[in-house]
Design a protein around this ligand. Structure first.
Ligand code: NDP
Ligand code: MG
Length: 381
């Protein structure tokens, strides 16, 4: 029986995690969870999962919910998020919170020896070296909850890692893949939030439209699979059926295919290395799809992907700046404060102005993260 701590339970990954868990009560149980401000959804999840410990964003909500659910321990804020992550009845953390706020809970859960099922990619982007170092030290597996990395993990099963030539990460192209750069001027928030293949949270949907999501995934892959950037490539694949591929030294490729359903990815992470039936999962019928398309990635069309590769290669505090600038710029776009194309301008400027610090410790990363956010906010004022 896996006892699970879930962060970001009310989100797109969080709710699908709950769905998977409730379909397999013989294998999984949620013992603690966190959510932010979506109290209505949170209440529904608490009723369905009966966790022992719950954390929310605000004290007033925690106080209110305590009256409704007196048998549950309630907490709030960043401290509560941390407590939910390390709540001791759990042995697996599903980190599905959005943003680099997920870093400290991940590190804390590693320290107490929990297996980490990581959706929160910003954690690996902002401090991949620290997370992997800690995981190695405590002998804790970091299992990806991202379709591309799950595909790579599956394509690596039973293989000798030294025989890997290249990782190929596929990209759908996001909401604007059929538009030219000129046509991106003046696109609306609603247009950007309309992803052709996947239904996800707002921030990652915008990241997919700018292609920053793929950039974050390249950095994520570098850390998860200990692969140099030179051996990671991105391939446009508009159907999102081939979730990613591994190329081996003998020219063979191993790919993982499936319908675009994150529940399959979440469930694989929870059952890894075993598999369970996906209740309600649609089966892939290739004869219905008939054609799969692949295209070379155009870095001029998607400058954010280029920034991510560069920031990753430079390393040090560069990926922290990339991530923090992106989080604030995307938030500003979602609030209608800046046009779509300004997201990339902000990130480029922050990277240009940054003096890189090599091998940063946690304190340095937190300082650079905070400083970058403040600088972007004052730039956008
Ligand atoms: P959502 O925006 O749908 O959900 C985010 C969750 O985090 C919500 O439960 C939200 O709470 C909570 N949250 C956000 N900010 C805070 C905060 N400051 N304190 C406490 N809780 C907070 O995001 P997704 O589920 O789409 O994505 C989550 C992570 O998974 C991201 O890192 C994303 O990149 C990654 N991911 C997502 C995929 C997807 O298909 N959605 C695929 C692969 C990776 P509330 O809403 O209650 O305020
Ligand atoms: Mg992905």
């Amino acid at each position: 029986m896996k006892m699970i701590n879930v962060l970001g339970a009310t989100g797109s990954i969080g709710t699908q995690t709950v769905d998977v868990v409730l379909h397999h009560p013989e294998s999984f149980r949620i013992v603690s969870m966190s959510f932010g401000n979506n109290i209505e959804k949170g209440r529904e999840l608490v009723r369905a999962c009966q966790p022992e410990f719950v954390s929310v964003a605000k004290k007033k909500d925690a106080d209110l919910l305590k009256l409704e659910f007196p048998n549950i321990q309630w907490s709030y804020g960043e401290e509560g998020l941390l407590e939910a992550a390390v709540y001791d009845k759990g042995n697996v953390l599903v980190n599905a919170v959005m943003g680099s706020i997920g870093l400290q809970p991940t590190l804390a859960a590693i320290e107490v020896g929990k297996t980490i099922c990581l959706a929160n990619k910003e954690t690996l982007v902002t401090a991949g070296h620290l997370v992997m170092e800690q995981a190695k030290k405590h002998n804790v597996p970091i299992v990806p909850v991202d379709s591309e990395h799950s595909a790579i993990l599956q394509a690596l099963q039973g293989e000798n890692r030294d025989r890997v030539e290249r990782l190929w990460i596929t990209a759908s192209g996001g909401s604007f893949r059929d538009r030219t750069r000129q046509e991106l001027e003046g696109v609306t928030i609603e247009d950007a939030l309309h992803h052709p293949n996947w239904s996800m949270g707002a921030k990652i949907t915008i990241d997919s439209a700018t292609m920053m999501n793929k950039g974050l995934e390249v950095i994520e892959a570098r850390w998860l699979f200990d692969m140099p950037y030179e051996n990671i490539s991105v391939l446009l694949h508009k159907e999102s059926i081939v979730h990613s591929l591994v190329e081996y030294v003998d020219t063979s490729f191993m790919a993982q295919l499936g319908t675009p359903d994150m529940r399959a990815v979440i469930q694989y992470a929870l059952s890894y290395p075993d598999r369970l039936p996906l209740i309600g999962g649609e089966r892939l019928r290739l004869e219905k799809i008939a054609t799969l398309n692949f295209e070379k990635m155009d870095f001029d069309r998607y400058p954010c992907l280029h920034f991510a590769f560069e920031a990753g290669k430079i390393g040090g505090t560069c990926p922290t700046v990339l991530n923090a600038a992106n989080e604030v710029a995307v938030e500003a776009f979602l609030q209608g404060a800046i046009p779509f194309l300004q997201i990339e301008n902000v990130i480029e400027r922050m990277l240009e102005e940054h003096s890189v610090l090599p091998s940063p410790d946690l304190e340095t990363i937190q300082h650079v993260d905070k400083d970058t956010r403040e600088r972007v906010r004052s730039l956008l004022k």
